[in-house]
Design a binder for this molecule. Structure first.
Ligand code: APR
Length: 226
C-alpha cells in the first residue's frame, strides 16, 4: 500500500510564481476591500468592478508558471498517493503535474451562472464581460467562493486529511475558515509539517519550517522520496 500524503496549500505557494498573497505587506486585501470584491454584496453593488478585478487576476494567473515547490509536490506522486487540497484559485498545481487537486475556494479558469443551475464553463484565461449570460440567461460570474459562501469539497478534504500518513501545509496563514480547520483533522501519528515565511500560531503537532516555499518544500520532499 502506498503511503498517503495530503498537501494543504495557500497563496504563499504561488507567490514565487508572481501571484499576490492576500494578507502579506503587498497582499490583495491590503490594497483592496474584500467586501467590495469578494462578497455577494460587493457583486450586487458593482458587478463591473468585481469582473474587472477577477479578469486581471485570471490573466495574470493564466500566464504564470509553476515554481519549484509546485513541481516537487507533483513529483511526490512517483512514490505516494497524493491529494492536494488548495485554497488557491490558480491552476499551477495541475500545470506542475499534480493529478488530484481539490480547489476548496473555486477556480479562476471557470465561470458560472448566477441562477440556481450553477453550471460551470471553462474559460481558461479569458475575461468575463457584463452581459455574458449562462444558458439559463443569467449573468456569468467567476467560479470563486466568496466570503459568506459555502467552501467546496470540505467533507472529502477532511476525510483525506484524516487518513493521511503525512500532511504538508504550505503558504497559508490559516486565517480563513472552514479551510483552516482542516489541520485539526490530521492524525496524531501522522508526520505534520508547515511551511510559511512567518506564522503567528503553529497548529499543534506541526513542525514549522520558515522560509520561501521554493527552497523549503523541495528539501522536505527530497527527504520523503528517499
Ligand atoms: N513561501 C512560503 N510561504 C509564503 C511565501 C513564500 N514565498 N510568501 C508568503 N508566504 C506565506 C505567508 O507567510 C502567509 O502565512 O503565505 C501565507 C499567505 O497568507 P494569506 O495572505 O492569508 O493567504 P491564504 O492563507 O492563502 O488566504 C486564505 O483567504 O482571502 C481568502 O480566499 C482567499 O484562499 C484565500 C484565503
Amino acid at each position: 500500500m502506498r503511503k498517503r500524503v495530503v498537501i494543504l496549500s495557500g497563496s504563499g505557494l504561488s507567490a514565487e510564481s508572481g501571484l499576490p498573497t492576500f494578507r502579506d505587506a503587498a497582499g490583495l486585501w491590503r490594497q483592496h476591500a474584500w467586501q467590495d470584491l469578494a462578497s455577494p454584496d460587493g457583486w450586487r453593488a458593482n458587478p463591473a468592478l468585481v469582473l474587472e478585478f477577477y479578469n486581471e487576476r485570471r490573466a495574470r494567473a493564466w500566464s504564470a508558471q509553476p515554481n519549484a515547490a509546485h513541481l516537487a509536490i507533483a513529483a511526490l506522486e512517483s512514490k505516494y498517493d497524493v491529494v492536494v487540497v488548495t485554497q488557491n484559485v490558480d491552476a499551477l498545481h495541475e500545470r506542475a503535474g499534480s493529478t488530484k487537486v481539490l480547489h476548496v475556494h473555486g477556480e479562476l479558469s471557470y465561470a458560472r451562472g448566477t441562477g440556481t443551475g450553477r453550471k460551470r464553463y471553462r474559460i481558461d484565461g479569458a475575461p468575463i464581460e457584463l452581459g455574458q449570460l449562462c444558458e439559463e440567461g443569467t449573468q456569468l460570474r467567476p467560479d470563486i467562493v466568496w466570503f459568506g459562501e459555502d467552501t467546496q469539497f470540505m467533507p472529502e478534504a477532511r476525510d483525506q486529511v484524516a487518513s493521511a500518513d503525512k500532511v504538508l501545509v504550505v503558504g497559508t496563514s490559516l486565517s480563513v475558515y472552514p479551510a483552516a480547520s482542516l489541520v485539526d483533522s490530521a492524525r496524531g501519528d501522522a508526520e505534520k509539517i508547515l511551511n510559511a515565511l512567518e506564522m503567528d500560531a503553529v497548529p499543534r503537532g506541526f513542525v514549522f519550517h520558515a522560509g520561501p516555499a521554493t527552497r523549503v518544500v523541495p528539501r522536505i520532499i527530497e527527504e520523503w522520496l528517499k
